[in-house]
Every structure is written in C-alpha cells, then in structure tokens.
Design a protein around this ligand. Structure first.
Ligand SMILES: [Zn+2]
Length: 342
C-alpha cells in the first residue's frame, strides 16, 4: 500500500513521549507574556517560533536551555490550564486519539503556585479538551535529574494524589551525563509502590550504563529514547526479550546530536530485530515538528512502509500506561479505522 503524508495524517495515532512545556503555541506565549509581564525573545509569533527552534543546539544540555522561555509563561493556573488544553486540541488535530503528556510540576512554582495547583490546573485543561475532542489524555510526572532526589520524592508523593484524575506514571528527564538515575530510585520505588507506572529518559545524552540504571534501579518499563542501547548487545537483547518499549523521537535525536543523520537512526535496526519501538515528537515547538511529520520522516528516511507504520502506532497503544481493557478497546478501534483508510 502506498503511503503519503496525507495518509499518515489520516491514520489514528497515539503518542507516549511529549513534553507539555515543549508544545506551547508561540501566540499563546505572547498573549500570556503580555498578561503577566514576562519578557520573551520576540513578540511576533513567527519570529518567536524561530527563536524557540533548537535545530542548532550543540548538545542535549544546550537543547534543554530553550525551555526557560516556555516555563516563564507557565507560572500561573490560568496559563497552565490554557496550555494543557491547547496541547490536547493540537494533538487531536493530528488525529492523535491517545496521548501521554509529561511535565515537571516543580518547574511551575516560581510565582507562588502550590504543588497541588501545578497538578490541578493542567488536569483541568486536559479534561476540558478531552471532552471537546475525544482524545484520551493521560499525564506522566517528570522528575529532573538535575534537581535533588528529595524533590523527585516530593513529586512522587504528590503524583499519587492524582492517580485517579489522569496521572498514570513517573519519569526522570533532564541532562543525563553526570546525573545518574539511580539517585532518584527512591522516588520511583514510591511511585511504583503506590500504583503508578514508570518510564525514564536514558540512552540519549549517555550510554548503556544509563539505560541499565533506568531499568534496574528505577524499574522503568519504557525507556525515553534509548538510542545508544545498541552499544551493549546484552542490553539490547534484554530490551528485545522483555518488550521494553523504546520511546523514539527522531527529529529531537537529530537536534541533540544523539544521531548525526536520520537515515542512520538505530530505530530501523531495533524494529527489524523485533524490539518494541514507538514514534514520538518529544516537543512540537523546539523541534518544529508534529507526529504526522515524525512518521513521514520514518517513511522517507528509514523506509518504514504502511504496514510497519501501523505496527509502530499499535506498539504505542499496546505500551500505553492504561488498563488492559482500555488498550484492547483502543487497538480494536484503531485496527478498524486503519482498514478503512485507503
Ligand atoms: Zn523527552
């Protein structure tokens, strides 16, 4: 079956790895900045979009610096509600029917919000958008490697209070080199022990040892990126045998220099070997992409055909942090709809 960008856009899709603070509309940033007195690099939406693009970042560390501007307009409940709402609306516009969005509540406390407000405002925006669009949305709470492990534990404690309101999992993000995941293992233990699931960024800015810590010390079921797993055949075998889902973000990996050329991205190798790989955006704003575009890149740069793209989409659903019956229902709906799309 031939595939075009329009076909990919039409397919029902799911996304597991995307940062809310990486997906703010430029015009929304400008509107909030006008209301709150925040200074942005530009007050023109097109120019601001260009400023936020990180295509020339030297490393993961430099890439992450761009988030300071989105975070500067995410420090009150009204802004958080609006940005979360628009995140889901924009996902629905790409035919994303299931999405897990992640963010770090501890980064939204600058202007005196309570931890509870940093959970409840985004959850309210998500609920409003879910009702309007039908796109099922769940939340992953990201702790940060660069913050003290005590903050991670606080986040895990807070996250548990919202596990019946859409929070489903715990994550660790941020600069990977020099900030080992195992320091945050108590937070993962608490989250897992109280009914949340776990994913962890690893194998992006650092090598296989970092992925091992995510799997062994933090007991992550999924790995954010995992690009460098192939450097350790034993680890690669473990990931394959255990169906560990790899949350791959192609364009982001290019921008962080995790890969030098998308045609050489190891997702092709992992997929061909039978690993459980998924495709995600990481951030729409900083990477100037969307999920349709990421699948189009998988097709044009890495030769994924229609059947393989549908498999990748179903991998995302089957690896979702949802109860089995909800996954089955979504898989059935997706399969039916995929068959109807020429
Ligand atoms: Zn990420």
């Amino acid at each position: 079956m031939a595939i075009t960008r329009e076909t990919i856009q039409a397919l029902p899709k799911a996304e597991l790895h995307v940062h809310m603070d990486g997906c703010v509309r430029p015009q929304t940033m400008i509107d909030i900045a006008a209301r709150t007195g925040v200074k942005l690099p530009s007050n023109d939406a097109t120019e601001l979009g260009k400023e936020m693009f990180v295509g020339n970042a030297a490393s993961l560390e430099e890439y992450l610096k761009s988030y300071v501007h989105t975070l500067s307009v995410m420090q009150d409940t009204e802004s958080l509600e609006q940005i979360a709402y628009e995140f889901v609306v924009d996902a629905a516009a790409q035919n994303i029917r299931y999405v897990e969005v992640r963010y770090c509540p501890a980064l939204h406390l600058e202007n005196g919000l309570t931890m509870a407000e940093t959970f409840e405002a985004p959850l309210a925006g998500i609920k409003r958008a879910e009702e309007e669009t039908g796109t099922k949305t769940r939340v992953i709470i990201s702790a940060l490697r660069t913050l003290p492990p005590s903050v991670s534990l606080d986040l895990a404690h807070a996250a548990i209070d919202y596990k019946n309101d859409g929070v489903v999992a715990f994550d660790l993000a941020g600069a990977e080199r020099g900030h080992p995941a195992k320091a945050h293992a108590p937070a993962f233990d608490y989250a897992l022990g109280h009914g949340l699931q776990a994913t962890c960024h690893a194998g992006e800015g650092a090598g296989p040892y970092s992925v091992k810590q995510a799997l062994e010390d933090c007991k992550a079921k999924r790995i954010g990126h995992g690009v460098r797993i192939l450097e350790d055949p034993e680890l690669e075998g473990f990931v394959k045998e255990n169906g560990v889902a790899l949350e791959v973000c192609l364009t982001s990996n290019l921008h962080t220099h995790t890969v030098v050329d998308l045609t050489q991205h190891p997702i092709r190798r992992y997929f061909d070997e039978g690993c459980n790989v998924t495709i995600n955006t990481d951030s729409r704003l900083m990477d100037n992409t969307d999920l349709t575009n990421e699948f189009w890149i998988a097709h044009t740069k890495l030769g994924f055909d229609r059947n393989e793209i549908e498999r990748l989409i179903l991998n995302s659903l089957e690896s979702a942090f949802l109860p089995e019956d909800e996954i089955s229902a979504l898989v059935n709906d997706f399969r039916t709809e995929m068959e109807e799309i020429a």
